[in-house]
Design a protein around this ligand. Structure first.
Ligand SMILES: NC(=O)c1ccc[n+]([C@@H]2O[C@H](COP(=O)([O-])OP(=O)(O)OC[C@H]3O[C@@H](n4cnc5c(N)ncnc54)[C@H](O)[C@@H]3O)[C@@H](O)[C@H]2O)c1
Length: 264
C-alpha cells in the first residue's frame, strides 16, 4: 500500500523501543522524515540516514520536553505533518492505596501531559503548513480499567477524551486527530527485568514469561485471537491514520487488541 508519506515530516514520541520504534521504522520505510524522541534514542540511528531520521534525546515528562521535540522537527526538517503521541509508562501496582501523589503526577506527566504539550506546540506549526495528522496511542485500559494500573488507565482515558476535543476544534484547520488503542502487545514494557511479564509470572504462578503471557492472553483477557500482539500490528494502524488515505477519519479510536473488548 502506498500511503503517500514520502517527504512528510513526523515526530514520534517514545520511539527508542517497542511500538514507537516500529512506527518510526515503518514511517522511514514509507519515505517520511522522522524525529524520534526518547530518553534513550540510541536504537534510532540505524533506521536511516541523517536526512531521514533524527534521534532526539529528551525527557518528555518535563514541561519543556515535548516542545523541544517539536522545535527539533521544524529546525531540522522545516515543517511538521504528523505527530504520534506514543510515549507512556505503565508501572504495575498492587493496589490503588500504594499510588502516591508523586506517582500519579509522574504517570500523568509522561502519558498525558506529554500529549497536551506536544499538541500545543505542534498544532500552530501544522496550521501554518495547511494541516496535519495527530495520532495518539491510548490503550484498552482507557475504557476497560485494570486494578494493576489505576493511574495508567486514567491517563489513557484522558488521551481518548482529549483526542475527541482536538478533533472538533481543529478539524476546520485540516488537522485530523485520532487514537489507536492497543491491547496486550509484546514490547519491553512486558519483557524488561521487573516488567509486567515478571509480575505475571508471580501472579499467575507461571513457569516463565512466555507461559505467563500465554495464560494472561487466554485465561485473564480471554482474547479471541489467542496471541499477544506485536509492535508492527499497532504501527500499521498508525500509518493508516497518519496518512491522507484516512482523510475522512477524525475523532476516532482504532482498536488493535486481538478482540479483548467485545462491545458495540
Ligand atoms: N505494550 C502493550 O501491551 C501496550 C498495550 C496498550 C497500550 N500500549 C501503549 O503503547 C505505547 C508504547 O508502549 P510500549 O509497550 O512500546 O512501551 P515501551 O516501554 O516498550 O517503550 C516506551 C518508550 O518510551 C520511552 N520513554 C519512557 N519514558 C520517557 C520519558 N520520560 N521521556 C522520553 N522517553 C520516554 C522509553 O525509553 C521507551 O523507549 C504506550 O503509549 C503504551 O501505553 C502498549
Amino acid at each position: 500500500m502506498d500511503y503517500g508519506l514520502t517527504g512528510k515530516v513526523a515526530l514520534v514520541t517514545g520511539s527508542g523501543g517497542g511500538i514507537g520504534h516500529a512506527i518510526a521504522r515503518m514511517l522511514v520505510q514509507e519515505g517520511a522524515k522522522v524525529v524520534g524522541a526518547d530518553l534513550d534514542p540510541s536504537q534510532l540511528s540505524a533506521l536511516g540516514g541523517e536526512d531521514q531520521i533524527l534521534p532526539f534525546k529528551v525527557d518528555l515528562s518535563e514541561s519543556t520536553g515535548p516542545a523541544a521535540a517539536v522545535d527539533a522537527a521544524v529546525d531540522t526538517f522545516g515543517r511538521l505533518d504528523i505527530l504520534v503521541n506514543n510515549v507512556a509508562i505503565a508501572p504495575a501496582r498492587d493496589s490503588f492505596l500504594d499510588v502516591s501523589d508523586e506517582d500519579w503526577r509522574h504517570v500523568m506527566d509522561v502519558n498525558f501531559m506529554s500529549m497536551v504539550r506536544a499538541c500545543r506546540s505542534a498544532i500552530p506549526v501544522m496550521k501554518s503548513n495547511g494541516g496535519g495528522s495527530i495520532v495518539s496511542i491510548a490503550s484498552d485500559e482507557g475504557r476497560q480499567p485494570d486494578v494493576f494500573f489505576a493511574d495508567y488507565s486514567v491517563s489513557k482515558a484522558a488521551v481518548l477524551n482529549l483526542t475527541k476535543t482536538l478533533s472538533i476544534e481543529f478539524g476546520p484547520s485540516k488537522i485530523r486527530v485520532n487514537s489507536v488503542s492497543p491491547g496486550p502487545t509484546r514490547t519491553p514494557i512486558w519483557d524488561r527485568p521487573g516488567g509486567f511479564a515478571d509480575y505475571l509470572v508471580e501472579f499467575l504462578e507461571a513457569k516463565d514469561r512466555d507461559d505467563a503471557i500465554d495464560k494472561f492472553v487466554r485465561e485473564v483477557r480471554r482474547m479471541p485471537i489467542q496471541r499477544i500482539g506485536l509492535p508492527e500490528d499497532v504501527a500499521h494502524a498508525v500509518l493508516f491514520l497518519a496518512s491522507d488515505v484516512s482523510r475522512q477519519v477524525t475523532g476516532s479510536d482504532y482498536w488493535v487488541n486481538g478482540g479483548t473488548m467485545i462491545s458495540i
